[in-house]
Design a protein around this ligand. Structure first.
Ligand SMILES: [Zn+2]
Length: 130
């Protein structure tokens, strides 16, 4: 499928370059952070008593949560970087209008404008109530 070539306004094009630079920087930081994580390797590092085990379990759970968030953020960044290569980046998938730059800076992998996103969430909420 051919991707339609879209000429972006210069300011939007520059903003996308800035978003890409920021995403690559965030990706490097998160990858470095993820690379530093490791499970306890030796028995000497394992907790000795019940209180230590509880603390260790809490720390592990907190660590798991942080890892999940980091991996979710990395996925978000990867999706945004992949989408930045396509002409349709920054365009709402439903109404085809340009997604405002502040929204893209805050949520670089956004595929919907705020109105369409709100409409989707509203419909999802209504479906849950049925
Ligand atoms: Zn829209």
């Amino acid at each position: 499928m051919a991707v339609a070539h879209v000429v972006r306004p210069r300011s939007r094009h520059q903003a996308f370059r800035s978003i890409r630079r920021q995403l690559l920087q965030d990706q490097r930081i998160l990858l470095r952070q993820a690379a530093s994580w490791r499970p306890p390797e030796t028995e000497a590092e394992l907790p000795a008593d019940v209180l230590d085990i509880a603390t260790c379990d809490r720390d592990l759970a907190l660590g798991d949560l942080m890892r999940q968030r980091t991996y979710a953020k990395l996925q978000q960044i990867t999706r945004a970087l992949n989408r930045l290569d396509h002409a349709s980046y920054g365009m709402c998938h439903l109404c085809r209008t340009d997604i405002p730059l502040p929204r893209l800076r805050a949520q670089p992998d956004a595929t919907l404008c705020v109105d369409c996103k709100a409409e989707c969430e509203h419909r999802a909420m209504l479906r849950k109530q049925v």
